[in-house]
Design a protein around this ligand. Sequence first.
Ligand SMILES: Cc1cc2nc3c(=O)[nH]c(=O)nc-3n(C[C@H](O)[C@H](O)[C@H](O)COP(=O)(O)O)c2cc1C
Length: 178
Amino acid sequence: MSVLDIIRLRRSIREYLPREILPDVKEKLLESLRFAPSACNNQPWQFILIADPQRRKQVAAACNRQMWMADAPLIIAGCGMPHEAYQYMGGYGNSIEIDVAIAFDHLTLVAAEEGLGTCWIGAFDEKAVKKILDIPKDVRIIALTPVGYPAEKGALTKRLNKKRKDPLEIFPKELWHS
Ligand SMILES: Cc1cc2nc3c(=O)[nH]c(=O)nc-3n(C[C@H](O)[C@H](O)[C@H](O)COP(=O)(O)O)c2cc1C
């Protein structure tokens, strides 16, 4: 499958089997994070691997009680150190969200290639999740995702929920389209 095929078939998975992820598959997921680009190659991140069932439940509860997250055998928290990120992104700020988001997107695509589901989680109480994971004050949580095998058969090959904007709307030629 091409990268574009994977991009097209990936979709958010919100129902998981309790099936464990094999170590060599897990290794691929971690490599996809490790080899992501970051501004100045600063790699200002840690990706916390949460496998303990009790802790997964606590984290899911702190993510607006999206308890289905805890059914996946693994939750990954994408964390960034803003002070280690590039500070002049576009002249306006640091690159931390972009750096971690790129790595997370790598993860979602490699997971899909391996038949695993993911779901970006942006609805979370940062303070509460930081407490659960013992994350220092100056570190930001950018996003989380469960990682696991979809409970729904063929979930990753169905084209559900894929409506996207028309190309005419999002690819203006030369100048901003208003
Ligand atoms: C930054 C971000 C935050 C998101 N937060 C959540 C979330 O908290 N819970 C959830 O169920 N889905 C969340 N999503 C998933 C989106 O709803 C989903 O990606 C979008 O509807 C497109 O569907 P698809 O991923 O299946 O293509 C988030 C996605 C992104 C990119």
